[in-house]
Ligand binder design. Structure first.
Ligand code: SF4
Length: 949
């Protein structure tokens, strides 16, 4: 039998980049550390999925056959998204596994929250306590007092189903401090909240960074961007800093923060003025008729009329206007506009975080960026940008619990009816002003005290047992939030847990499988292994098993109706096993997998355990232009906007090919597609079935002035700054770090362990001759922090920037990662809250000799503590950019000092709430939120109705 040969990244046919998979059960190679001796080591190679960012790249664990320990992790060549390649954070999973300070056993608080005293307890004790409290909340009919707050999900829907089974609307995420504004921009256009750019096929790649260099799709996108560049494609990057991505750009534009939409609209105007857009695409797939009907009543509903309106709408966005707003030369913008026009349908674009996450109205940046795709017809074309769901696959699970019959106002408050995700970062302010309390709060792979803005208010509320009855931190590593928990429960890393995962890395659909590699290795060697605690370090447990066990304990006799969702189908009445969960999924809801597995003599589960990923289809193409099958068209009605409603049920293939899902008509028909020139095409999952240039949703819910792609002035627009203020950009990542979890990866810490504030030489001079390494004081509107300066021409003048990836801290005498956490003291004096650094990072003795070789002392500065909450009134996204004053440090200031005024922090929260347009006053139909908008863990329809006033 011939062996699988994986060519190297250059495609060189003579060089194999990876071990042939036929030899993964017994792979031999020389031990590099034994050199000059030739010591052969034998490995079992077990695939899994990286858990260090959301890209879900494939990893291959090298399990030593003699010691049954993981000795290294490399790329999995069988993974269609990452194709064997990883960023530095993938292989560094090894450091996390062997971190001498990782949490290995369940811990229970002793003393007060935050005192840093812990005792080891059994899983059994922890489970019994947590289950009893959850059961108590359910029995008191207070389901919304149970909340699960997730940072890095690393899975597609498992835990949402757990919460649905419990009947709680308790899902809370980090998304409103991350990507909600980008999501909003995309969802209002196409009904799906993420883009999937086909970079590899593009002629022009336009990125509103920082994402490529900073972790989001870092590796799968980066490798495809570079492939395109090697072919001759051009790369345009908007970034206020010379980011890693910008260094690779053909055109680097460094606009004033928040002005990105003005530039994009000037490019759109150029396309419209020069008739350089795809008129047929616009005519067929935009909801232009609806725009004319609502916004220009009385005018004839003709496409020619719409084209005149389009030219009129964007006439003011000249290159000169864009230059004035952005500070970028008009000629440079015009040059980019011509490249966009030339690229046509091969224009791939992407934005995530960055400008969308930084600015008030940032969601319009995504909306204006996608306008360029929608104008050029570069939507779901080779080299264009796809709706994400077309390049992603989420399989059906063995049990699907019903939607919860409850609505949680602590996460979905009435002020934000169009919010893309939970108003997670406002939670402590909601608790503070008495909107509710929590009986059980799970923080799971999430660190809001450190990651969120205004962390002192988190500390205040998490310390208050009358507000948060029980805090359970599910975490693989110590975090600033875990210090304020009652239980700290160790959960698995990417090589210690099961999950399925799929991401829109390119035009294909694939499913990745994460697995506990030591369990699989032992099973391949013929051992019978119990749950993951038997193979993971210490008592580290995977969450799949934890949630099943906890759910059984909440409902031991089944009377609460929960247990049935965690029972075996093969052995009714028995506990569901993780093996059965995934075996059922792979056998029943992943098209093509059973056949592919059978061809290799494997079951679908065995196939996934051996390969780690499965490609379901390649090249999904323009699904919106597909004709709807005849058997889906029964008793149809077409309305005057060209929407075709059917009485036929949703096809079984609906989880592969998203079909329009919004509301049906009054006769119970569902939206099946759109009439385009006499044919019924699938269209997009929006209320109109078309791309929504005009969002009727925004219009009807109080935001008529922002219903089309437009330019909204940021809260850091020069008009909104006070004298002496300038914008601080705090949203960029460092390429080799993750938010919290990488502090226990020694290789990554050695590379990146500081976050100086970037400052242009002109500003350094203006501020009194600041030099690199000098301490500066950065004052926000609620406090200040003290940080080192880095004077560089890699940032536009008038703006400063500081990465949010640093400033980790531990409390004196308490646990933590000493290689990357400074030791601090927290002080509170009335409203004045202070974080003072007691000790820098120092070397220390441990089982790992490398910890005594730690040579760095810095751990950066925790700037997020000094940021007030700034929720965008539409998307709900925290607007990260800050208006700051920068001065030389004062006498007595020390690196890492942080001070915040709690009263000003709460006042800022109240100020920003004033910008909202609540459902109570603006809902057009008496509901809390448009039903069609995406919502994780969507509750039952009847609870969408606003409660009686
Ligand atoms: S990009 Fe890096 S951190 Fe993210 S999943 Fe891939 S290897 Fe892991």
């Amino acid at each position: 039998m011939s062996e699988t040969r994986y060519p190297g990244p250059s495609g060189h046919p003579g060089l194999a980049a990876f071990p042939p998979k036929e030899r993964w059960d017994d792979w031999k190679e020389l031990d590099s550390k034994a050199w000059p001796q030739r010591r052969e080591r034998r490995y079992l190679l077990v695939p899994t999925t990286c858990f260090n960012c959301e890209s879900a790249c494939g990893l291959l664990a090298y399990v030593d056959r003699d010691t049954l320990q993981v000795r290294k992790l490399e790329g999995n060549p069988e993974h269609p998204g990452s194709r064997g390649r990883n960023c530095a954070k993938g292989p560094a999973t090894l450091n996390q596994i062997h971190d001498p300070e990782r949490i290995l056993h369940p811990l229970k608080r002793e003393g007060k929250r935050g005192e840093g005293k812990w005792k080891r307890v059994s899983w059994d004790e922890a489970l019994a306590d947590i289950a009893a409290r959850i059961a108590g909340s359910l029995d008191r009919n207070r389901p919304n007092e149970v909340m699960y707050h997730v940072g890095r999900p690393g899975e597609d829907g498992y835990t949402e189903r757990v919460l649905a089974a419990w009947g709680v609307d308790g899902h809370n995420s980090h998304t409103n401090i991350c990507s909600s504004s980008a999501r909003a921009g995309y969802q209002f256009w196409m009904g799906l909240d993420r883009p999937s750019p086909d970079h590899a096929g593009a002629e022009l790649i336009l990125l509103i960074s920082a994402h490529l260099e900073s972790g989001h799709y870092f590796n799968p996108h980066a490798q495809r961007v570079m492939e395109a560049k090697q072919r001759g494609a051009k790369l345009v990057v908007f970034d206020v800093r010379l980011s890693n991505t910008a260094t690779h750009a053909d055109h680097w534009l460094a606009p004033y923060p928040g002005s990105e939409a003005a530039i994009l609209l000037s490019i759109a105007r150029h396309l419209i003025e020069t008739k350089g857009y795809d008129r047929e695409f616009v005519r067929r797939f935009w909801n232009w008729r609806e725009y004319l009907r609502v916004c220009r009543p009385g005018e004839p509903e003709t496409f020619a009329g719409f084209e005149r309106a389009l030219a009129d709408l964007y006439a003011e966005y000249t290159f000169e206007f864009a230059a004035q707003e952005s500070g970028v030369d008009a000629a440079a913008i015009e040059e980019v506009a011509k490249l966009v026009a030339k690229a046509g349908t091969r224009l791939s674009t992407h934005t995530w975080r960055s400008a969308t996450a930084g600015n008030l109205g940032g969601w319009q940046v995504a909306r204006c960026l996608f306008l360029l795709n929608a104008l050029t017809g570069a939507v779901a074309t080779p080299g264009g940008t796809f709706p994400n769901a077309w390049n992603k696959f989420v399989p059906r699970p063995i049990h699907t619990p019903p939607h919860p019959h409850t609505w949680n106002d602590l996460t979905w408050p009435q002020e934000f009816p169009l919010s893309m995700n939970e108003l997670s970062f406002l939670l402590p302010h909601f608790l503070k002003e008495g909107r509710g309390t929590l009986s059980v709060y799970f923080s799971r792979v999430y660190n809001p005290v450190w990651t969120n803005p205004d962390g002192f208010t988190w500390i205040e509320q998490l310390s208050d047992e009358s507000k948060v009855g029980l805090h359970v931190a599910l975490t693989p590593t110590w975090s600033e939030t875990a210090y304020f928990a009652d239980y700290v429960l160790p959960v698995g890393l990417g090589s210690e847990r099961h999950d399925t995962h799929s991401y829109e890395t390119h035009d294909a659909q694939w499913l990745g499988f994460r697995q506990p590699v030591l369990k699989e290795a032992r099973q391949r060697l013929g051992e019978k292994v119990g749950d993951t605690r038997h193979v993971n370090p210490g008592e580290v447990w995977e969450e799949n098993e934890f949630w099943i066990e906890l759910s059984w304990r909440i409902d031991p006799d089944g009377r609460r109706g929960i247990r049935k969702h965690f029972e075996s189908k093969a052995n009714p009445g028995a506990k569901l096993t993780v093996d059965e969960y995934y075996a059922w999924m792979f056998e029943n809801s992943v098209p093509g997998l059973p056949e592919k597995a059978a061809a290799e003599g494997l079951t679908p589960l065995q196939y996934m355990r051996r390969n780690g990923a499965f490609e379901i289809r390649r090249g999904t193409g323009a699904l919106h232009a597909q004709e709807v099958d005849r058997d889906e068209l029964q008793d149809t009605v077409t309305d005057d906007l060209g929407r075709v409603f059917t009485k036929a049920p949703k096809p079984a293939s609906a989880n592969i090919v998203p079909v329009p899902t919004p509301d049906g008509d009054a006769m119970g028909r569902r939206l099946a597609g759109i009439d385009v020139d006499g044919k019924v095409l699938r269209g997009f999952p929006t209320p109109s079935g078309r791309l929504e240039f005009f969002s009727r949703t925004l219009h009807d819910w109080g935001w008529a002035e922002a219903a089309i792609p437009t330019y909204l002035k940021s809260h850091v627009h020069p008009e909104n700054l006070q004298p002496g203020e300038m914008p601080l950009i705090p949203t960029f990542r460092l390429p080799v770090q993750i938010h919290t979890r990488s502090a226990n990866a020694k290789w990554l810490d050695e590379i990146a362990h500081t976050n100086p504030v970037w400052m242009h030489p002109q500003d350094a001079e203006r501020l009194g001759g600041i030099r690199t390494g000098d301490l500066v004081r950065v004052e926000t509107r609620i406090g200040h922090f003290v940080v080192k300066a880095w004077v560089t021409e890699g940032i536009r003048p008038g703006v400063v920037a500081c990465s949010h990836h640093m400033g980790r801290w531990k409390l004196d005498g308490g646990p933590g990662q000493r290689q990357m956490m400074a030791t601090v003291a927290l002080l509170r004096d009335g409203a004045r809250q202070v974080l003072t650094r007691l000790r820098d990072v120092t070397p220390f003795a441990s089982d790992d000799p490398d910890t005594s070789r730690v040579w760095w002392t810095d751990a950066g500065v925790h700037q997020n503590l000094t940021f007030p909450v700034q929720p965008d009134p539409v998307s709900g996204m925290h607007c990260w950019h800050q208006a700051v004053r920068v001065t030389k440090a004062r006498p007595g200031d020390a690196h890492g000092d942080v001070e915040v005024d709690a009263d000003r922090a709460h006042a800022a929260y109240k100020d920003w709430l004033q910008r909202t347009r609540p459902a109570r006053e603006h809902s057009p139909d008496g509901t809390r939120r448009p039903y069609w908008l995406l919502r994780p863990l969507k509750p039952a329809r009847e609870v969408f109705a606003l409660p009686k006033a």
